[in-house]
Design a protein around this ligand. Structure first.
Ligand code: ARG
Length: 413
């Protein structure tokens, strides 16, 4: 019962939440979140949830690690199929490249993790969810906005945004509560990975003019190490979605795996860029996203064959807006949905095949075909004797087209 008119009898602040579902990666920050939530923020129960996004980590040790750190329940969910089907494939249709370059390999995973976090929170009757993001990155924005859209009733706790501990202090705090310090302290990099690619930051990469060392890469070989012989790959699309490689129909996850292996082996898919974060910081980012970049390149090319000129041109603006929205954490917003409807509508005719030559860090389209939807008409394009284009008609067209320019020039020249 309450003590009316009196101070709280207990010492310390009120608990932030009672039962919390934490998005868990197995890293130091998210591990330290477990004792921190319980000891500093008065949380009674921390349930962790780790997503399998094809990152290739062993997930059972990660699951156990959360229990060792004090989680009352530790879950691992395989989200690889929805990740590719519902998040990566729409990004291919959108030719989504943030700032013209980054194919959003990390950003695309966040709304899916948030969605699952909310589902688990509802299953276990949690009053809050939590993540281990710091206050400087994009991922906190993506999680918080997505959770707010999907479950406004849930509190979002972000201990690493508030605790103000340095890396060393965080590790020391963890050691006090049974979280072993990272085994190899030698990797100074911050890495995020999933089936779509890897993002590598920090360490020597923080100096924008220092070349990334070869050791940071895992999905792509260097140009020097790539084979001397080129390799041609056929990529089949149906309604804007990749469905086959070299004539073999593949389910989405397997198709991405193959595309990664093919492109990676030829050293294609590395990016080194200075990127504008949502929070205003410019950061130096290294990515390797071989399969996704290969598929986007092929898809863009097939659109050039099968989309009407005005749709193709207009779609470029939609693509840029779509990539910005996904990067900025607005996956569940109304503009994203509206742009998706536009993109969907454009993809019905994006059927066919694209041939790409992989060689020494390059992926060059060397041919494309679309028996059902090609808008390329020989009789119009040819310079040969079966040309059916009416050359004389161009004269009247140019008379009208150039009229405003001639009028302006006559007045002002
Ligand atoms: N800059 C990239 C993005 O915002 C990669 C972020 C990587 N995230 C991480 N927690 N290491 O999508």
């Amino acid at each position: 019962m309450g003590f009316s008119g009196q101070e709280q009898p207990e010492t310390g602040p009120a608990p932030r939440a009672r039962r919390v579902v934490l998005a868990y990666s197995g890293g130091v920050d998210t591990s330290v979140c477990i004792p921190y939530l319980k000891r500093e923020w008065g949380v009674e129960e921390v349930i962790t949830f780790a997503a399998d996004l094809g990152q290739g980590d062993e997930l059972e040790p990660i699951r156990l690690k959360a229990l060792d750190a004090g989680a009352s329940e530790s879950r691992v969910d395989d989200l690889i199929e929805p990740f590719i089907g519902e998040f990566a494939f729409p990004a291919i249709r959108a030719n989504a490249l943030y700032e013209g370059r980054y194919p959003l390999s990390t950003a695309l995973a966040r709304p899916l993790i948030a969605r699952r976090l909310v589902e688990v929170a509802r299953e276990v009757g949690a009053d809050a969810v939590a993540h281990g993001c710091t206050g400087k990155g994009n991922d906190q924005v993506r999680f918080d906005v997505a959770i707010g859209a999907l479950a406004p009733e849930l509190k979002v706790l972000a201990p690493a945004r508030e605790w103000g501990m340095s890396r060393e202090e965080t590790i020391a705090y963890g050691e006090r509560w049974g979280i072993p310090a990272p085994v190899s302290k030698k990797s100074p990099y911050s890495i995020d990975l999933n089936l779509l690619g890897r993002s590598i930051e920090a360490g020597s990469l923080e100096d924008p003019q220092v070349e990334p060392p070869e050791e940071i890469y895992a999905m792509t070989v260097s140009v020097a190490a790539a084979p001397e012989a080129p390799e041609d790959v056929d990529i089949g699309f149906e309604q804007g979605l990749p469905v086959a490689i070299n004539g073999e129909r593949l389910a989405p996850v397997e198709l991405i795996r193959r595309a990664n292996a093919l492109a990676g082996r030829h050293g294609f898919g590395r990016l080194d860029m200075i990127e504008n974060r949502v929070v205003g910081i410019k950061s130096r980012e290294i990515y390797e996203t071989p399969g996704l970049l290969l598929l986007i390149r092929a898809h863009q090319d097939l659109e050039s064959l099968t989309l009407a000129a005005d749709v193709q041109r207009y779609k470029r603006q939609v693509e840029m807006a779509w990539a910005d929205l996904v990067y900025q954490g607005l996956w569940f917003g109304p503009l994203k949905q509206a742009l998706d409807a536009f993109i969907d509508r454009t993809q019905a005719t994006v059927n066919g095949n694209v041939r790409v030559r992989l060689h020494k860090g390059n992926a060059v389209v060397i041919g494309r075909s679309s028996p059902s939807d090609s808008l390329y008409v020989d009789a119009m394009a040819t310079y040969g004797s079966d040309d059916r284009f009416d050359h004389r008609a161009a004269e009247g067209f140019i008379y009208v087209w150039g009229l405003p320019t001639r009028l302006w020039s006559a007045r002002h020249r």
